[in-house]
Design a binder for this molecule. Structure first.
Ligand SMILES: [Zn+2]
Length: 490
């Protein structure tokens, strides 16, 4: 009896086991030890000599990730060195993230001892034949397709959950139990308190200090930080909204705050952002810095407070300085004016100007001027039309019903024209104004830098003329607006 020889000499069966921990299939990951054990027993059953064991952890790496799979690189090096004939894996996606990687391996098979890829479910890809190469490419393609399908399925499910207003899982949101739906009353009360305090003018950092001083822990049981509280306060979750990809859905959980509160906080946050408080730079305290000029000598006036003394209160003032404090001269040094009424006067004038759509002309970039002029004319025409309706009504040309109807149509037309105009107002300034707020409304919550920028848009300078001290009062201030001259940028 002739000795039964093995079909292939064992030197052609040098096998490398490769395992990879990844999540790109069902979202589950199979332990590498289990994968390697499965490969080992398959190799043993076939009497293939295992010459190397390799495993990588790919969790968290995207399919586009260039993150090196270190053991994979060792495997490739062993192949290049001619030590490997067979790569044994549990299934194709364990070996490849991308088709390009397989192509590299196919090229290696042309020049090295590598012959095939074998899976433990019995599929063999013979890289020395065209059929084998095609089968391997198909397997990787199918795996990639399947991964894409799974990811679509996962996304569809996420979207469905979002539409149903369901929580997306993850860490326990502050104010709720870990199911994301049941209120944790103590924390909900903290959120309500913080929102109320923030809206009433306290800074987030003051509130954070207070929470930490009281020993109120965050959702993770840690100390509060300014960023985390700011983020929480503006989360739409707290007004009962589930957001997904920029779309809002009514949530299944109860709201803690009202939409009104949310909007007020958003406005405050925006105002704070526009203040642009850079570190190291003292906050501005005077609205008209750089715009106020002395009416006697033409020098710039600057804000300089008068400190309180025993018989008089502290006062914010603008004043003309004689010297710069380093021996240089600036101005006459003889003029000063109380800051509060001066700023109030300029503010009122400026807001009045912004109420007038014609201002848009001066604010528009030069190349839009024609369009803006046309829009202003249209606006004026519509306003005139609305006015003439009143006359028609007064002259009995219209019934009360006709007048009411026509008036509302005319008003809508005027609004529409006004809206078209605002689009041409200074984008930088208006970008800071919420769509449903006028500049006048935004002013109330805006920071000083924003206000100053707005004033500077239309005001060239504010000239403070010498005033004879009289007994005149204005808005409760000892101040005479007649001595203030506003030069507009027109
Ligand atoms: Zn002066």
């Amino acid at each position: 009896m002739p000795t039964l020889l093995p079909e292939v000499p064992p030197t052609f069966l040098r096998t490398a086991l490769y395992a990879r921990l990844s999540q790109d299939r069902s979202g589950e990951c199979e332990n590498v030890t289990i994968q390697l054990a499965e490969c080992q027993s398959y190799a043993d059953a076939n009497s293939w000599p295992v010459v190397g064991t390799y495993s990588d952890n790919d969790i968290g790496a995207s399919k586009y990730s260039k993150k090196p799979r270190t053991d994979y690189n060792r495997l490739v090096a062993a192949i290049r060195a001619g030590r490997i004939n067979i790569i044994l894996i549990t299934e194709m996606p364990r070996l490849y993230r991308r088709l390009e990687e397989l192509l590299t391996l196919i090229r290696l098979a042309e020049t090295t001892a590598l012959r095939r890829i074998q899976t433990t479910d019995g599929i063999s890809y013979d890289l020395s034949t065209e059929e084998g190469v095609h089968a391997a490419i198909n397997a990787v393609n199918n795996a990639m397709l399947e991964a894409a399908r799974i990811s679509k399925r996962v996304k569809r499910k996420q979207k469905k959950n979002a539409e149903a207003g369901k929580n997306h899982g993850g860490r326990r949101p502050y104010g709720y139990e870990s199911d994301g739906k049941t209120l944790r009353e103590y924390e909900a009360a903290i959120i309500r308190e913080c929102a109320k305090r923030y809206i009433s003018g306290e800074t987030v950092s003051d509130i954070v200090c207070d929470l930490n001083a009281r020993g109120v822990p965050s959702a993770q049981g840690l100390k509060w930080r300014v960023e985390s509280l700011s983020r929480i306060l503006l989360k739409k979750r707290y007004i009962g909204i589930r957001e997904y990809n920029g779309v809002e859905y009514p949530a299944v959980w109860p709201a803690i705050l009202t939409r009104d509160q949310h909007e007020q906080m958003a406005a405050r946050r925006m105002a704070a952002a526009s203040r642009g408080t850079r570190k190291g730079k003292p906050a501005r305290k005077y609205l008209l810095t750089g715009l106020a000029y002395c009416g006697r000598c033409d020098a710039k006036m600057t804000g300089a407070g008068r400190t309180a003394e025993k018989d008089r209160a502290a006062q914010r003032r603008y004043r003309c300085h004689a010297g710069d404090g380093h021996g240089g001269t600036i101005g006459c040094g003889k003029l000063y004016r109380a800051a509060d009424p001066l700023e109030l006067l300029v503010t009122e004038a400026v807001l009045h100007v912004f109420d007038d759509p014609k201002v848009a002309v001066t604010l528009a970039p030069a190349n839009d001027e024609k369009t803006v002029r046309a829009l202003v004319e249209e606006f004026e025409r519509r306003k005139a039309k609305a006015k003439s309706l009143v006359a028609d009504y007064a002259n009995d040309l219209l019934t009360r019903e006709e007048f009411a109807q026509a008036k509302s149509i005319a008003a809508a037309a005027v609004d529409e024209a006004r809206e078209a105009l605002t689009e041409y107002q200074d984008a930088q300034t208006l970008a800071l104004v919420p769509a449903d707020q006028t500049i006048r409304e935004a002013w109330a919550t805006a920071g000083l830098a924003w206000r100053s920028a707005l004033v500077a848009l239309v005001v060239e300078r504010v000239i403070v003329h010498p005033a004879t001290s009289g007994r005149g009062m204005w808005r409760g201030y000892k101040f005479n607006p007649e001595y203030i001259e506003i030069r507009w940028k027109v």
